[in-house]
Design a protein around this ligand. Structure first.
Ligand code: NAI
Length: 477
């Protein structure tokens, strides 16, 4: 593999290396996996194409994968989420067994959509016509590109872009058109080599189950998101930390005493509501699911529709993974200088395209990833990260400790599929509970947690083993 890469500035590598070194201290799960598997190198021979926010924490993940023997090529899964210091440090490498020669990274903060999909293409190109044999995805963009590529190669043509297609889908179609003209079987060959994908987030997992249902999934997939030690920690406690961080860095507007509207009360919404309440906001939740709505009410939040509170909110945060949750019409009805942000995976939760089309609206950049949109009547709203996930666009995403849980699941999932490929069909799997419990165990000592041990008699009484798993599959935590 040739050593090509594209990052913002290699001179940031030293700062990035210090950040990575400090993050390693906060990522006991990943560091224990390095200690456990560093010698046996279960990922030797793995060519992992990664598409996941290129942050300091991801740098520790990448260098764990290489320490376990993998070769890696990396892109970010969002145009604003890269930390340029971390990207530079990963490219430069350390001269140590973790990352002796550096890893090719294609990511910088503030990519255009064309650049973003160019980067995604680069990480699938391993030189001399080869591709990866593993994918590590966040949101499913690499998986999508491979599947669409194969679909259009089979059809022999890429469909024309229509007026209904989003700007981004138009870019994807253009990439595939070029690819098909140059190498008509490129993605078919790539897909045939791929042993599996491990997917990080709710939205990506949703896409995988859709493909499973349609019978179009081309390789096995592990749903990392639904490991308990991922979604019940990263999505909740990670957001509890990084949502207010993003709002503060973006706006520095006092949250206490204000009305904050959180759309969606799933795992991310629960963390978002708690973090805003922690700052003293009066939090209002909107939900479509009666169970989550009841949970929000019992947790003490007012639950109502967006239409009911649209003129009252000071902050509006979407956490749904759905689309058009906040429309251009909603935004015109908001109070002057209301802050609008999304923390779900894609930017379509807030109708940014609709906002840009409102007659007489103007957009002023206050600073990168913070824009004031002023309507014809003189009222304005502040939109964070152009509607993309604000915790990564306006701040630096989740902190290391919580990401150590998520990424330990990723590493274990990569080892599972790579070393036991024949055990997996072209379906979506979650990791077995004993591995989930293992990830949690790896993080207890750092927090000074003392675990109680079941006696043999107690274990028999409960119908479990002394060493676990402790809960049936259907248990919900
Ligand atoms: P979830 O499925 O647990 O929660 C989403 C909730 O939104 C559900 O309870 C659903 O009923 C509700 N909902 C759907 N449509 C709605 C609507 N129109 N109005 C009000 N509520 C609605 O999903 P989870 O795990 O909370 O993830 C949410 C999103 O956040 C996903 O896109 C996920 O990929 C992303 N995510 C982002 C992270 C970040 O760092 N920014 C971290 C983890 C996940």
């Amino acid at each position: 593999m040739s050593f090509d890469f594209k990052v913002a500035d290699l001179s940031l590598a030293e700062t990035g290396r210090h950040e990575i070194r400090l993050a390693e201290h906060e990522m006991p799960g990943l560091m224990s996996l390095r200690a456990e598997y560093g010698e046996s190198k279960p990922l030797a021979g793995a060519r992992i194409t990664g598409s996941l926010h290129m942050t300091v924490q991801t740098a520790v993940l990448i260098e764990t994968l290489t320490a376990l023997g993998a070769e890696v090529r990396w892109a970010s899964c969002n145009i604003f989420s890269t930390q340029d210091t971390a990207a530079a440090a990963v490219v430069v490498g350390t001269g140590t067994p973790e990352n002796p020669a550096g890893v090719p990274v294609f990511a910088w903060k503030g990519e255009t959509l064309e650049e973003y999909w160019w980067c995604t293409e680069q990480v699938l190109d391993w030189g001399n016509g080869t591709g990866p044999n593993m994918i590590l995805d966040d949101g499913g963009d690499v998986t999508l590109l491979v599947h669409k590529g194969v679909e259009f190669e089979k059809a022999g043509a890429v469909p024309a872009t229509t007026a209904e297609d989003s700007e981004e889908y138009g870019v994807i179609l253009e990439v595939l058109r070029r690819s098909l003209a140059a190498t008509p079987d490129r993605f078919t060959k790539i897909a045939a080599e791929i042993k599996g994908v491990t997917e990080e987030t709710t939205t990506g997992v949703h896409r995988l189950y859709e493909m499973q249902r349609a019978g179009t999934l081309l390789f096995p997939a592990i749903n990392v998101n639904d490991s308990v030690t991922k979604s019940k920690f990263d999505n909740k406690y990670g957001i509890r930390h990084s949502l207010v961080d993003g709002i503060n860095r973006g706006t520095d507007i006092l949250i206490g005493g204000k009305v904050a509207v959180v759309c969606g009360y799933g795992d991310v919404g629960k963390g978002a509501a708690e973090s805003l309440r922690g700052q003293g906001a009066r939090v209002v939740v909107t939900e479509v699911d009666p169970i989550c709505a009841l949970q929000a009410a019992m947790d003490g939040y007012q639950v109502t529709t967006l239409e009911d509170v649209v003129g009252e909110g000071d902050f509006f945060i979407t956490t749904t993974g759905c689309y058009d949750v906040i429309t251009a019409e909603h935004m015109q009805q908001m109070k002057d200088k209301a802050v609008v942000g999304n923390i779900g995976h894609f930017d379509n939760e807030i109708d940014m395209a609709g906002l840009a089309k409102v007659p007489g609206v103007t957009k002023t950049e206050i600073k990168p990833q913070v824009h004031e949109w002023t309507f014809a009547d003189g009222k304005s709203i502040i939109v964070l990260s152009e509607g993309r996930l604000l915790n990564l666009g306006n701040a630096t995403g989740h902190p290391s400790f919580v990401m150590s849980n998520s990424f330990s699941n990723q590493v274990i999932a990569q080892i599972e599929v790579f070393t036991k490929t024949s055990d997996y069909d072209k379906q979506v799997y979650v990791l077995p509970k004993h591995l989930d419990e293992k990830v949690a165990r790896l993080h207890l000592a750092a927090l000074g947690v003392k675990l109680t041990e079941l006696t043999k008699g107690q274990a028999e009484y409960l119908g479990v083993h002394v060493e676990g798993p402790y809960k049936p599959e259907h248990y919900r935590y």
